[in-house]
Design a protein around this ligand. Structure first.
Ligand code: NAP
Length: 307
């Protein structure tokens, strides 16, 4: 068997194009340009790359973006004051503080300082609670889990009653993804580093999500034939030519012979994450403009229809 490749890049491009149309409409009808402010503290190269990608995607879709670059020695009070200024700025609809932050700063305090109505990362406890409760219409759902669900919808896989296994329980990927799958009536198992006999769980999965952070962690013997496999991992490894390249948590070559469909890395979940961030910022701006259905996804998701 050879798995169908779930083309996250192509789907995200279509989504970004639709977001651009909605952004233009919001500007024309309400004079509002959705604005995203990204705060980058320090000079971590990976963070700087992510921030650049987010800014470029914003600009291409017609959103206003601004990046606030602060030195690595920034004190917590200074950062909190900057966040408060952005909270009060009516031109800023979404605020994203790029993580990780330097050690002198308490990440939790910063996450809690962001206005929940501008928390397009969905990390504020209020939005986390809304996701846990299944109040998704009022929540900002974190971008990566939201993107995973959209990709699953794209494959057409039936989630209701499906056995779904998520490897990883982080607050930003594994746990919210498990909750979203549960809200869609999948039977969800969450595995982590203390799980005994991991393969006995993963082999039952109709839908397998890997969010571990270890290259090639999921091998063919861990996958049920025909399963839908979502690879969230982004791992930089050294190729045979000595150059660095990105790979996922799934051994792509092996697993593509067993799975029914599979996301590639790069080109799977990654581009969807950025598209969902734009969608969250658009939703925040619509909310601020008081337009109806502000938090409704843009067309392609069949969340409601499939419940
Ligand atoms: P994380 O916070 O490090 O969480 C990793 C999870 O994997 C933890 O829950 C850990 O379990 C579990 N784990 C570690 N070793 C394991 C093992 N041997 N067996 C089973 N589970 C194990 O990482 P994260 O932030 O969730 O990110 C996961 C991956 O996704 C990373 O590669 C990251 O770069 C990538 N990522 C991609 C995107 C995207 O847009 N594509 C976005 C975010 C993250 P414990 O909880 O027990 O420690």
């Amino acid at each position: 068997m050879s798995a169908a490749i779930i083309d996250g890049e192509a789907f995200a491009a279509r989504l970004r194009a639709r977001i651009a149309v909605e952004v233009a409409r919001l500007k024309a009808d309400h004079g509002v340009t959705p604005g995203l402010a990204v705060v980058l503290v320090g000079d971590d190269p990976a963070s700087a790359t992510y921030v650049r990608m987010k800014r470029k995607a914003c600009e291409e879709a017609g959103l206003a973006s601004r990046v606030l670059e602060l030195p690595v020695e920034t004190r917590q009070e200074e950062l909190l004051a900057r966040v408060a200024t952005l909270n009060a700025d009516p031109e800023v609809h979404g605020i994203l503080v790029q993580l990780p932050l330097p050690p002198q700063i308490d990440e939790r305090a910063v996450v809690r300082a962001v206005d929940p109505d501008k928390d397009v990362d969905g990390f504020h406890p209020l939005n986390v609670g809304r996701v846990a409760l299944g109040e998704l219409e009022d929540a900002f759902v974190p971008a990566t889990p939201a993107g995973i669900l959209r990709l699953l919808d794209e494959t057409g896989v039936e989630l209701r009653g499906a056995d779904a296994v998520v490897i990883g329980r982080s607050a930003i990927v594994g746990r919210p993804t498990a909750l979203l799958l549960l809200h869609r009536s999948a039977t969800v198992t969450v595995c982590h580093s203390r799980t005994r006999d991991l393969a006995s769980h993963t082999r039952r999965a109709d839908v397998l999500v890997a969010a571990v952070g270890m290259p090639g962690f999921v091998t063919a013997d861990m996958v049920k034939p025909g399963a839908t496999v979502i690879d969230v991992g982004i791992n930089r490894v050294q190729g045979a030519d000595g150059k660095g390249r990105l790979v996922g948590d799934v051994d792509f070559d092996e697993v593509s012979r067993v799975a029914g469909s599979l996301t590639p890395v790069p080109g799977g979940v990654g581009p969807m994450t950025i598209a969902m961030l734009l969608e969250n910022t658009l939703a925040a701006a619509r909310r601020a403009a008081g337009t109806p259905g502000a938090n409704k996804p843009l067309g392609e998701s069949q969340t409601e229809a499939k419940r």
